[in-house]
Design a protein. Sequence first.
Lengths: 290, 370, 364
Amino acid sequence: MNKWEDNKAWFMVIPVFLVVAVSAIIPLMTVVNYSLQDIFGPGQRVYVGLEWYKKALTDSRLHDALSRQLLFSSLVLLIEIPLGIMIALMMPKKGWGASLSLVLVALPLLIPWNVIGTIWIIFMRPDIGLLGAAINNMGIPFDHTAAPFDAWVTVMMMEVWHWTPLVVLLAYAGLQAIPEAYFQAARIDGASAWATFRYIQLPKMRGVLTIAVLLRFMDSFLIYAEPFVLTGGGPGNSTTFLSIYLVKLAVGQFDLGPAAAFSMIYFLIVLLFCWLFYQVLLKVGTGDKS
Amino acid sequence: MARIDLNNLAHSYLAKPKSDADYALRKTDHVWEDGRAYALLGPSGCGKTTLLNIISGLLQPSEGKVLFDGKDVSALPPQERNIAQVFQFPVIYDTMSVFDNLAFPLRNRKIPPAEVQTRVKEVAEMLELVDVLDKRAANLSADAKQKISLGRGLVRSDVAAILFDEPLTVIDPHLKLMLRRKLKQIHARFKLTMVYVTHDQLEALTFADQVVVMNEGRVLQIGTPQDLFENPQHTFVGYFIGSPGMNFLPCTMQNGSACLGEIRIPIGKETEQLQGNFELGIRPEFLVLHNNPLPETYKVTVKEIEDLGNCQIVRVQLAEHTLKVKVPEGQEVPAEYGFLEFPPEWIRLYADGNLIERGVQKQPQLEPVQ
Amino acid sequence: MAMTLENVTKIVAKECHIDNISLQLEPGTFNILLGRTLSGKTTLMRLMAGLERPSQGRILIDGQDMTRIPVRKRDVAMVYQQFINYPSMTVYKNIASPLRLAKVAGKEIDRRVREVAEVLHIDALLDRFPNELSGGQQQRTAIARALVKDTELLLLDEPLVNLDYKLREELRIEMREIFKRRKSIVIYATTEPLEALALGGNTAVLHEGHLEQFGSTIDVYQHPQSTRIAQAFSDPAMNFFNGTIDSGTLQLGNKEPMPLRHHLEELPPGSYQFGMRPSHLHLQRKSDDDIEFQTTIDLIEISGSETFIHIIHNGHTWISQQQGIHAYQMGQPIQAYVDLAQLYVFNLDGHRVASPKNDSLELT
């Protein structure tokens, strides 16, 4: 049925439109509204224009959180994407080994985020944690609650452990979709394993890797729960990423106006980065030099 | 360029094949001569792709050997066999230019750049790819991509054989013709051994000097298109080659005549010693349908006429058997009854599906039915 | 039921897919839509089925305007190129599904399913699932499902195109038999002239959304109204050359003028395009009325029992179709012959002026 000709089709769209409106558009508009006001309490608000935005943009703690966030997200991409591809390449292509490795790889994805935090708290404890204690026993002092570097290492490890499987699954699906003929042709052409990867597997995985990069960037940029459970943003502010800072601002200090302005800036940053990545990956994929 | 020997070759995808039916390729023993074009023709699942993959080295045969120019290559991987293969769907390296695609097999083999340059130029010229050498291969049409696949084989001076796995499947009909012509030209010029797998008789017969007809894992006949048409070695070949295929009538042989119940069709002196049950095979093109009774004709009921414009396919009933007769354009077909002539020189006899050689068989001169 | 299309036009995104087609289809007829891919066959079928609405024009069934009636309320069955069956149902349930939806009694369903399964030779496969069947069997199941309910309109969109040629050959003959006995209007789309001829019935030739010609299949084949139709309805395509008729002779380039014979005798002087079917272009002289051409062999194509010789004459590629298998050398010069009596004549605009006389058919 051609939707342009059958007006009834428009009625079908209404429920989806309502859901999106309630879940996304209305809250977003509320945030825009809050970001332009100073709120003292229920019913007591003053319009302040772009004041909060100016304040947020000059807030040095926000700048720190942003650079921390960028460093974190870049590291996540730099580690998880190549690691994910590598694991996907090593996984068996068919038979029971394929199903088994898929289940094993997918396990971290099935665990709720708060449980992940708890697991790693215990795992990394200097006194009884399996890894934490082991490192300390080797004579290297390690305590993620005290040393900023140790906290970073711990958060990174947890993040990589938790989310690399997603990249693996995507890359694996991409690899499986490559017709056998390509590998046969490569063998006949005498291509080395590296050349096969470089000229067949990597280009053919372009689509799924684009999705992987976008997803991982957005997710890591919005990371909140795991470091919150693990370190609470500390020691000091060393693992206070954007969203943790935002919550401190909004819930901890109840500065709704600045927090709303901050949210909007945050939202725009994520949008901007995603758009940039998307454009870059699109170009890289087709190899057009323009 | 190489002669290919298949020595007692057989393959099963099962670890412990028990019966013949477990073999994707049953015992095959053939010599394919250097510089000729072979087509492997058969319905899907007949084992033709299995055989091709064994020749290319993508598959290790479970029994027997493959020799290239007398050298056993059965255990060698594809890259050490010096073969090239064109696949059903164009395989090109998306991120590379056409030039780099063509140069890829040479660069992998560490050929000096100057030689790469000349070889690629030469092949591109022949395949009419010169204008697009700098373009990205991914943006070309399917037929150009197939030419690139072919070019990656031709570019190598050491190539022993080029294998084709249904290469025209995704090509537009009007471009198929051009590629067919190109293949013919290349074969005429380079005298390469070529092996072409297809289920389409037009493609197989047009491409090949020698057509290998396969069914259920067995090679039933290797012959020229004319052999397959005039002397099918097996009932399946008779059925599969030609549209419509050969007519088959179960009969018993007595004193050099084929007996279908009351009907006796004399075949020739040389079949006098044959006794027992056979199948009489004759192509619709060679049956003659008359309006009036003549000596050695048999009364048939006309059941259905398909007018195909340039000929008519008439289905007639003889006793309880239905036969197809190809009647030339313009010839009047009797409405109810006709009289069917079986020219003895075109009658073939089969036992258990296999052609019975009829001793001193005079080779008939082919007269086109026009 | 009779179906009438009145000036039906379909425009999608400013592109004209169907251009002002009027057509009258009688009950119990078999109608072929012949045309290349994208000539509008599928769109026309969708319009007939009610899956789409025409941008202009009306569709009448038994004189009643059905243009705005959705497909659910019409009595239609359709078979597609792809083998479409319900994967989780057995063949039996697949075939029975339209009857179940129509709330036919159980016994009646059983009788009709078995009957139609027998006609299509799938009665032994009724308990199987579609993925356990070969392509041919899957398509037989799909056809059985379309046939089981006696719909008034049965649409088949290139149903055999994805089967290999031996199966196509068999199913074609069976279909011809099956449709003979039905009262519905059957519409069958195909790109292949040979399939149209083998199926018989009526043929509508479509080209870029236009209806070029409609009539009995063999009549359209023998008397194409334009070069375009002649091209479309000839496999391989018809061969053409230009010539002039003057003072009772046919003049071709610098050839000796030939006296006119047969159907050419009454042609007024002027320039014409002449068409010859590949099966009429011979490589040996057959009669005194043959025109001789100097040509070069370009390519030989061989089907199982025929040879197609591509020859080049003055830069035009022609095809000669010969029964039997013949060997020729590529590049070899050769004479080609065509009998004057078998020439189609078109004016320079491509409209038919004369076609060969055919004794078995008294139609123009």
